[in-house]
Design a protein around this ligand. Structure first.
Ligand code: SF4
Length: 443
């Protein structure tokens, strides 16, 4: 898409259209990288997450690379790509299900059969055993989860293999195994319960982690959580262990544990490059939650200053942020909750309300377009989408669908049984975990 071809309309929710207009000088505003106006294929040969919020993060050397997208898809006008996607979907019928994450660009989401968060979309994949292929317009760990929860005969396809997740990549399974060995040095055998029946430490991983990490957790008595059920999962873990090792997102771990009454000084940060994670043995013995040194570069952009600016400009504004935001931002907001929480809070507002939202901009813009009775804006004034989600462009979606029509499966994401079996155990523990009737006192 050429930057000059975009004309913004008042109700156009497309972040891509706005970036094109800003970069071409056709609209006011700023974006974190003018490179966002280029097609994502420009970055397929370059090691990195690409332009957007994660562009400063270090990509692992073994991160999957996308091969060259055929020229026909790179050069097709946007309208032609939409026609081709619709035609391919019509030809495939029930043989394919297209899933679109909340943070995905509008040009892709409009073709999704289901739109949701990673866990909702994994459920949607599971609900379609008749589909031969599930095209997951999200990021790599989401496609892995869908593969583990779908039938073995089904192909889960990620339209651009370079759509990883910088946060998930911050917890490498080798580093986690090494951490586990060091914790055994401090606490003794990690599978031996004390007189209360609790083991020294229970590993908990956020859904935003690799299948290898979920498998590690499953093998070691641990559990997966989402941003919707993190508190329930921590309650589950504290009932079984004296402390929790939480990865990869330190902010979700800290915000959740703090709300449960865990003192900050009992939540040391584990730096995988330092012996004992950079803490003393005494600190680790006193720890209740050990936080892995990971974060989301999208949610790390939100600041207390932005909240103060929004409050000054919009008296009465309701500020809702995602719990992946840093703790001072969560503390300064009116509410914190998952993408599902944010959506439901806006849908439940019966009076016209001004909302300032701290989460990924594609979702915020879509919510604003869907709820014109409210004023809804992103706390961050700079247009800066999730880099990796942005790697999926309609050109890649058209390509994988037309390959399916031709009888070819490209970009299949497949998790080995040796990893998937214990990972499913950790996911099933999450599904079975129930909130404490008291509202969540720690054991
Ligand atoms: S928004 Fe953050 S956690 Fe979500 S895919 Fe992007 S980098 Fe990963």
């Amino acid at each position: 898409m050429a930057a000059t071809s975009i004309t913004l309309t008042a109700r156009d929710a497309s972040v891509d259209h706005e970036i094109q207009a800003i970069v071409s000088g056709g609209a006011a505003g700023s974006t974190c990288s003018t490179d966002l106006a280029a097609g994502p294929w420009s970055f397929d040969a370059v090691a990195g997450y690409g332009p957007g919020a994660s562009m400063g993060d270090v990509i692992p050397t073994d991160a999957p690379r996308q091969g060259e997208l055929p020229r026909a898809y790179r050069e097709a006008p946007e309208a032609e790509l939409h026609d081709r996607i619709r035609a391919a979907k019509a030809a495939l019928g029930d043989r394919v299900v297209v899933l679109g994450h909340f943070y995905q660009r509008d040009e892709v989401v409009q073709h999704a059969d289901y739109v949701g968060d990673s866990f909702q979309l994994a459920g949607a994949a599971k609900a379609h055993p008749e589909a031969e292929a599930i095209v997951f317009c999200g990021v790599h760990f989401m496609a892995e989860t869908a593969d583990m929860l779908s039938r073995p005969e089904q192909s889960v396809i990620l339209p651009n293999l370079a759509a990883g997740c910088s946060m998930a990549d911050m917890a490498d399974v080798d580093q986690v195994e090494e951490c586990w060995e060091q914790l055994a040095d401090v606490y003794g055998p990690l599978d031996v319960p004390d007189e209360d029946g609790r083991v020294p430490v229970v590993p908990v991983t956020y859904m935003n982690s690799s299948a290898a990490i979920k498998g590690f957790v499953g093998r070691n008595g641990g559990i997966v959580c989402t941003s919707s059920n993190a508190r329930t999962v921590l309650e589950w873990a504290f009932a079984r262990g004296r402390r929790v090792l939480f990865f990869p997102d330190q902010h979700l771990g800290r915000n959740t544990a703090k709300a449960m009454g865990v003192p900050l000084e009992r939540m040391p940060l584990w730096n995988p490059r330092a012996p004992y994670g950079g803490s003393s043995e005494e600190t680790l013995r006193d720890a209740e939650v050990i936080l892995w040194h990971g974060f989301c570069s999208v949610h790390r952009r939100f600041t207390v200053d932005q909240i103060e600016t929004a409050r000054a400009a919009h008296p009465g504004v309701r500020v809702i942020v995602h719990p992946e935001c840093p703790m001072p931002v969560v503390d300064a907001a009116d509410e914190a909750g998952s993408t599902d929480y944010i959506r439901k809070a806006i849908e439940a507002a019966t009076e016209p309300t001004t909302f300032a939202i701290g989460t990924e901009i594609n979702l915020v813009r879509r919510l604003a377009a869907e709820h014109p009775q409210h004023t809804i804006f992103c706390l961050d004034p700079v247009v800066c989408p999730c880099s990796t989600m942005y790697r999926i462009h309609p050109g890649y979606l058209a390509w994988v669908l037309e390959e399916l029509v031709a009888g070819r499966v490209v970009n299949r994401i497949s998790v080995d049984d040796a990893v998937a079996d214990p990972a499913r155990v950790a996911l099933e523990r999450m599904l079975a975990a129930k909130p404490l009737p008291t509202g969540g006192a720690r054991a």
